[in-house]
Design a protein around this ligand. Sequence first.
Ligand code: HSE
Length: 433
Amino acid sequence: MKRIGVGVIGFGTIGAGVVDLLQKNGDEITRRLGAELELVKVADLDIESDRGVDIERSKLSTDVADVLENPAVDIVVELVGGYEPARTFVKRALANGKSVVTANKALLAVHGDEIITAAEEAGCDILFEAAVGGGIPILRSIREGLAANRIRTIYGILNGTTNYILTEMQEKGESFERVLKEAQKLGYAEADPTFDVEGVDAAHKLTLLATMAFGKKVSFESVFTEGISSITPQDIEYAHDFGYEVKLLGVAKFDGDRVEARVHPTMIPKNHLLSAVRGVYNAIYVDADFLGPSLYYGQGAGREATASAVVGDLIELARDKVAGVKGRVAPLSFPLSKMADARIKPTGDIRCRYYVRLTAVDEPGVLSRISGALGKYEISIESVVQKGRDEGQAVPLVLMIHEAKEADIMAALDEIMAMKVCLGDPVVIRVER
Ligand code: HSE
């Protein structure tokens, strides 16, 4: 029987999950593939710690060359994460004629062009299903299942840590800081949670999704990114009163000319499918011209779910090797040569609905001055709620605003803040349907 050699770099949580899966489901994979996926070598700087999997000592190495230069390795799995040395490892594997599977969204979002070019030049394949949505096969769906469609809109809950935090804040009414501490204790949030809570991880994933869905090169820097650290339980409660949930959403839209790609806390109607996504789960909602809307839901992180995506990629590459083909499907869904740089819509040109919470002085005439400033920019108010009554003191004033242009909202808010009838900064949450 044909054997396809697999080398893994990075024996952390996911690496151990991959080894475990290959051991537990090896027979079934061989039955599907008609060939054997053979784990040849696993490289890591630490080969002493117990990973909870049984692996022959001879298969472990502290020298990455035992994977990258090993003639018995056909496919390299990169699970180191981050930019370097992962970028060097991936390029070396490709230059050595090995196909690559990686879960590294940061590397692909920032250096994707360079990495895919290296793969094309080497005539090797690279797959990265686990980079977006953990175990959810969303990239394969975009590349293959939806390939007949033009995709116009993607909404994604792309980060489990922040979805867990927002769900807990909503269910327990607790502050962001408190829930984050709890999440860190439970191991749901990293000791340094910046990438997750500030939306960077979701922006990496949205960069890949938008690029692959629209067939345009979307740069990571062009994705507008705002995290959840300033969301309060109060805003989540007001959102509920208006019939919405607050989610950290990745939003990507293509109007046939310009692409908008943004990650920010977003209010979505309670009856939207994505509102039901709670805790650490991820979901991606795709609107395509012939299929219409479809939803992809599952575990966006974790040892088993991510290993499922990594080994799924291994099987795809192994199937091609068995069939003697390569380059069958472009990694980014379109060949690089057919992809132009995306024309990015500036944030100021974005149009959506808005939730605005002001801390306004409670005295006659204040609301009319605020609505006058909004009216000047042709911004129409859907509803206003003043929470409490405290003459002469500051009270929360919550405005739901009909669809408006972001630049107009910001200009109107600048004028409102200059009137000195509001305290603190306004809280602005974008609203999508
Ligand atoms: N840190 C990510 C999350 C998982 O919280 O969803 C890895 O992409």
